[in-house]
Write a protein that binds this ligand. Sequence first.
Ligand SMILES: CC(C)(COP(=O)(O)OP(=O)(O)OC[C@H]1O[C@@H](n2cnc3c(N)ncnc32)[C@H](O)[C@@H]1OP(=O)(O)O)[C@@H](O)C(=O)NCCC(=O)NCCS
Length: 138
Amino acid sequence: MITIKENINNVDEFNYLFDAVGWGSHDKKISQIALNNTMYSVSVYDDDKIIGYGRLIGDNICYIYVQDIIVIPEYQNKKIGKMIMNKLVDKIKEIKKENENVRAYLGASKGKEPFYEKCGFITREAAGLGAGMILEIK
Ligand SMILES: CC(C)(COP(=O)(O)OP(=O)(O)OC[C@H]1O[C@@H](n2cnc3c(N)ncnc32)[C@H](O)[C@@H]1OP(=O)(O)O)[C@@H](O)C(=O)NCCC(=O)NCCS
């Protein structure tokens, strides 16, 4: 049975999921710090097997970032990703009740934009905003 749980943030599951989608897991200590600083997360299980994850990071009231949306390959294209995003968007809407002006962002991997569009996100360009930018650390 597929279930979705909030705020589990299990470091072994997190690293397993990263490996499963070919991202390569972080050092366990680094993943643990990242998870400790997570605002809200959802983990999806098939019985007790972890199959998906997504998290929100941010200041909990003004700016929120959607991060690390993962569904393991065997379970992709079965609406699990959408289930994760719906739950994260519900959380963002809950925060919006406290702060009308909350902004939620994400950085889509190349080719994943249509998935996020189906979850209610639009590009910054479509929102009349400038480019999203990333620091090139040398
Ligand atoms: C991206 C990812 C999270 C999508 O999860 P998923 O469970 O396979 O997607 P879903 O089945 O919930 O798809 C929901 C909708 O988005 C569409 N969709 C999903 N991935 C898509 C893609 N790459 N391109 C176009 N549409 C896509 C589906 O067709 C579906 O459309 P529908 O509602 O009209 O039928 C998953 O493929 C994944 O984990 N990929 C590897 C990690 C990754 O790249 N994460 C995103 C980082 S930005």
